[in-house]
Design a protein around this ligand. Sequence first.
Ligand code: XMP
Length: 511
Amino acid sequence: MQHERVLVLDFGGQYNQLIARRVRDLKVYCDLKPCDMTIEEIKEYDPIGIIFTGGPNSVYDADSPHVCKEIFDLGIPVLGICYGCQLISYMLGGWVEHAESSEYGKREFSFIKESPLSADIPEKSVCWMSHTDHVLRVPEGFEILASTETCPVTVYGHEARRIYGIQFHPEVVHSEYGNKMLENFLYKVCGARGDWTMQNFVAEQVENLKRKIGNKRVLCAMSGGVDSAVAATLIHRAAGDNLTCVFVDHGLLRKYEADEVMSEFREKLGMNLIKADAGERFLKKLKGVSDPEKKRKIIGKQFIKVFEAEAKKIGAVDFLVQGTIYPDVIESGKGKSAVIKSHHNVGGLPSVVDFKEIIEPLRDLFKDEVRRVGTELGLPEHLVQRQPFPGPGLAIRIMGEVTREKLETLRDADYIFRDEIAKAGLNQEIWQYFAVITNSKTVGVQGDFRTYENVIALRAVTSVDAMTADWARIPFEIMEKISNRITNEVKHANRIVYDVTSKPPATIEWE
Ligand code: XMP
C-alpha cells in the first residue's frame, strides 16, 4: 500500500530533519529531498503537500538555491518555512527585504486574519524566530495572516491556491503552537488522513519481509544497540528460525549488557542467537596500546575477524541484515553527496559474508521511530530507550591502555552513575551519560588509610544529533549521591570529577 506522503524540500537549514520528524510524528509519511528535484521527479513522487525548509542563504545571493516555478502550478499545497517563506514571496512577485541585522529568539505574534493554518490557535502566542531577511510585501492575491511588532509579514498565504509562508520556525519546541500549525497545514490544507503509524509500519513490513524472505536464510550482526536489536526483532517476526543472529561480545560492553542481550533475545524471544565470546582476544590485541585511533582500528578489525569466523560456520546465506536508518541515507541540501555512514561495527561485514542481498528494514525510519517500532514489537523500554553506545565500547572510555582491572573499575562506576540517573528520572532528558577512567591517579584517604587511586570522570550531555552537545546540568544532590556511592562501592577509585565542556570544543567521548 502506498502511504500518503509529503515532500520536504531541503534548503540546507539546521532544523530540516526536525521538520521531517514533526511531520511523521503527526502521522504523515514524508521524505527530505534535495531542493533541486526536477518537476518531473516531484510529479512522480506524487506528494499531498510540499514543505520548503529554512536555509542559510538570502534569496538575493547569486548561488542561493531556488525551485522550479512550475511547482506552484501543480495544485499541490505548499508551505514555506523561514528561507522557504521568503523564497515563495520572491518567486511569486512579492518583495523580500534584506535586513541589516538578524532577529533571533522568542517573539509574540498575532493572527490578524483567520485561515486554515490558525485553526484552534489563540490570537496571540509565542514563536521562535531565526532570520535576517524577511518578506515586506506579499505577492498579488496573497494575504498577510499574522505579524509581530518587528516582522510585519510573519505568516501569509493564498487560501484558494493553498500556498503559505511562515517566517518563524514552527518545528522547534519554543514555537508554542508551531506543531499545531504544521498539523493544520497537513490536515486542513493538504487533507491528510494520517496513515503513518508504527503499528501500520510493523504490520506492512512483516508482510513484505515474509514475502521477500520466504524460506531463505538470513544473517544479522547484533550489537545490543537499538537499531540492530529492532531490525533483528522485526526480521525474526517474518523469518523465525530462518534468521541467525551473531553477537560478538568484545568484552568492552557495560556491566550486565552481554547477559541482558542473551536473555532478552535468546531466552525470551527464542531467537537463534549465537554469542561469540571474544573478550580475551580483544584484550590481548589491545595490550600496550594507548592511542585512541589505534584502539578503534584494532577493535574494528578484530570484530570483523570474529564475525567472519562465525559466518563461515553458518555457511552461505541469502540475506544479510543491516541496521541502516533514515538519517544515514538522506542526501544533503544541495543534493551533491549521499552521506552513507557505515557504522564501524558492521561496515566491513558484507565483504566477509557469503550472501546474495542486503536487507535494511529500518532504512525509512528516524531514530525515534525505530524506538517506537521496538516498543510495538514488545521489546522492553530499557532496551528500546538505550542511549547511544560507541562500537569500540569502553575501550575509548579508558584513557591509555585497556586492562582487565580498569575495565572492572569503570564498569562498576558507570553502572552506579547510570543507576542514579535513572532513579532520578533524568535518563530521557540526557542524551548520553557515562563514566570515564582517566589516566590520573590521586591521593585520597579512605577509612584510616592513604590511597593512591584512579580519578573517575563523569560525562553527561544533552544533544539532538551528537553533532553539538552541551553538558547536562545534573542537580548537585544527585551528583553528591553518585560521588559517594562510587567512592564507597567501587574498587580503585578515590576521586570523582564532572566534565563541564560542551561540544565543540570538546567531543562527547574522551577519546
Ligand atoms: P564524539 O565523541 O565524536 O561522539 O562527540 C559523537 C557520537 O558518536 C559516538 N562515537 C562513536 N560511535 N564508534 C561508534 O560507533 C566510534 O568509534 C565512536 N566514537 C564516538 C559517541 O558515543 C557519540 O554518541
